[in-house]
Write a protein of this length. Sequence first.
Length: 305
Amino acid sequence: MNLKRRQFLFLSSFSAIGTGFLAWMLADKNHQTADITDSTTAIAANPAKKDLLLRFVSVADTGTGAKGQYAVAGAMNAYHKRNPYDLVVLAGDNIYNNGEIEKISAVFERPYQYLLKLGVKFQACLGNHDIRTENGDPQVKYAGFNMKGRYYTFKRNQVQFFALDTNSNADWKNQLTWLEKELSLSNAPWKVVFGHHPIYSSGQYGSNPDFIKTFTPLFKKHGVQLYINGHEHSYERTRAINGTTYLICGAGAGNRPVGRSEWTKYSTSDLSFASYEVYKDRIEVSAIATDNRIFDKGIIQLKSA
């Protein structure tokens, strides 16, 4: 073997050992495997996709501070390293069991510390567990949840988001008047609504007939392409129903069985989160498990009807 060949093999081996040692040191320091991905994943982020307007993720029913939440958070971190995003839709039940704001470090700031340090913004809404303490007011005021009120709207590029309070004690009269007005005023080509409770569901709670009557005509009238929610501790994506896709991403820390309905495109109880890549004419949806496996992919067309 010539000298150059031996030098190359030695340097290659040294580099591999060094990379492995660095990963081990990081794992030992953090005492969590959530942030550790293999070195090629960490280094080789996917190149920017042509015509991509926005990438964001959604997750719900997260606030346990337990093993399941960290497993999903680890997958969110690994996905961010390959496909950077700066927005997380957090669809309620942010703090178990009773919305106690003093738990915020254990159930939010520590599990998502990697993303928070990178400036990823979480936009939350209130779940049924969140309103058990002071009707959720401390969470509305908490800066890390970026809530402008119990219901609010914000824009990212060509996407307008509408966050709802879907709890039974919500100010329904004023909220629905506000939603109708904001949807009618919106000139965003993409409209995404999110709340905690399902409208269509094949899970434990099932579909909500009152919500179907209330929301689906509004969504159809104003061209809402996507509704995101939790409450069911599972993942379910529907086909477009009168132009709107309904997506449940409530397996963010724990899971429960889920069935199928005639409008179900995919459902599973696997711990997971959802990712969305928004383009001018479509949204590409991916559902991602804790082993970083994409187990469902779907397309939402700009004109879904």
